[in-house]
Design a protein around this ligand. Structure first.
Ligand code: SF4
Length: 420
């Protein structure tokens, strides 16, 4: 963290007990995005239960994720876990010929028994390629946040991307899972600016993965993709520094970074973006009276906290108390941090009990937190918003700005109705 930022905004750093979901959770939105992929968690019953409860109603009739359960005899080293894994994969691929990409997802138990999933993926790939690509990444971790699962998954995809031939047109790569509807809106805006070669990582199908190379510039659509960004840079791609596309300002700044890289002239940029800006500002008007002056406290969970806080403060007038984030990536959050007010309290990491005490003392109107904290806080009469919902929902871009504000207005309204 730069000394400048430290001077401007005080930061509490904590490394104590914290309460987060692990990276397996990312499968919930990743399996909906990559439509011919399957995520096989090599884990315990605990992992399976986590997925069932976190995914809830979102499980498909024919789900594209499952858990190969590690039983006690595996943990005791009495069974050959590799043989069992090969059997499970064989059965799965026979039953599901629609699967074109299989992710073996590591967990705490697979790490405990030191099951080498990268070797397993290599071995199985030899057997099943070219029909099915088999990759691996880890979703485990007590020291991680739930959105890191996406970062690990996308970094596992980077080596799979073809190299763009030297001398080919400059390509814009948008990195991070976006809802299809949001992706389509952005593609239309980029095309209207004259940016023709736009690709997304992850792509909707594994056989349409983008290529990457020296002539790739990339925008992050999500702030939790540090590893993926590093992996892309190693392949020669250039990161476009930008705010995140939440709200009017964030979306405009994000689009502008691409426009500048592709020499889109000012007039054309304005012409393309003005209708969206006007629509978003108009639709936000409904929520400004409901949210202005409402006091917000955010627990560190999704890593979306800082861009969200910036939007809620600058575009709908919420007052920021403490904004916690699991990690502060100075480089990727540079624009966002510059837009925060000086009196906000930032915190990085967590000591959950201390933070709960600060939260109660601050008397917020709404708290953004993980599922583990939401119920107890609600029971104390504090209005909460689940941070995980913000990762599942289409919230990026001009046409989703009001939906994003509504996600914060709704729990306040519900609380008001309960009081009445
Ligand atoms: Fe729990 Fe680890 Fe399984 Fe996640 S991967 S559900 S933290 S056991």
């Amino acid at each position: 963290m730069s000394a400048d930022l430290e001077r401007r905004i005080p930061i509490i750093r904590e490394r104590g007990q914290h309460s987060v979901f692990c990276g397996l959770t990312g499968i919930i939105w990743l399996h909906r995005k990559i439509q011919d992929a399957f995520f096989l968690i090599i884990g315990s019953r605990t992992c399976a239960h986590l997925m069932q409860s976190a995914a809830g109603v979102m499980i498909f009739a024919e789900p594209r994720f499952g858990t190969a359960i590690i039983e006690e005899r595996d943990l005791a080293g009495m069974a050959d876990a590799n043989e069992e894994l090969d059997r499970v994969v064989g059965r799965l691929l026979e039953r599901r010929p629609d699967i074109r990409m299989l992710f073996l997802v590591g967990s705490c138990p697979s790490e405990v028994i030191k099951l080498d999933l990268s070797r397993a993926a290599e071995r199985l790939s030899q057997h099943y390629s070219p029909g099915v690509r088999i990759l691996n990444y880890t979703g485990s971790g007590i020291e991680t946040t739930f959105t890191q699962g996406e970062d690990s998954c996308l970094s596992a995809l980077v080596p799979e991307l073809e190299t763009r031939p030297a001398g080919s047109n400059q390509q814009l790569l948008v990195v991070g899972t976006l809802a299809d509807i949001v992706e389509d809106q952005f593609t239309r805006l980029f095309k209207a600016m004259g940016i023709e070669q736009v690709d997304y990582l992850p792509s909707r199908r594994s056989d349409t993965l983008p290529s990457v190379g020296e002539n790739t510039v990339f925008l992050l659509a999500q702030p939790f993709l540090g590893e993926t960004a590093r992996a892309l840079e190693k392949r020669g791609a250039k990161y476009l520094s930008a705010p995140f596309p939440l709200g009017v300002e964030g979306t405009t700044g994000w689009l502008k970074a691409a426009a500048t890289a592709f020499d889109v002239d000012e007039a054309r940029f304005d012409e393309v973006t003005q209708p969206g800006i006007a629509r978003a500002k108009k639709s936000l008007e409904t929520y400004i009276p409901q949210l202005t002056g409402k006091r917000l406290f955010m627990f560190p969970d999704s890593q979306l906290e800082i861009p969200l806080a910036r939007f809620l403060h600058r575009e709908v007038g919420m007052e920021l108390l403490e904004i916690g984030t699991p990690y502060l990536h100075k480089g990727h959050l540079e624009h966002e941090l510059a837009w925060l007010p000086e009196d906000v309290q930032l915190s990085e990491g967590q000591d959950v009990d201390k933070q709960l005490d600060r939260c109660r003392a601050a008397k917020p109107d709404v708290v953004v937190c993980g599922l583990g904290q939401a119920n107890p806080l609600e029971a104390e009469g504090i209005t909460t918003k689940w941070s995980i919902e913000l990762v599942f929902s289409p919230i990026q871009g001009y046409d989703q700005a009001a939906d994003l504000a509504e996600l914060f207005a709704r729990p306040l309204l519900r609380r008001q109705k309960l009081k009445v």
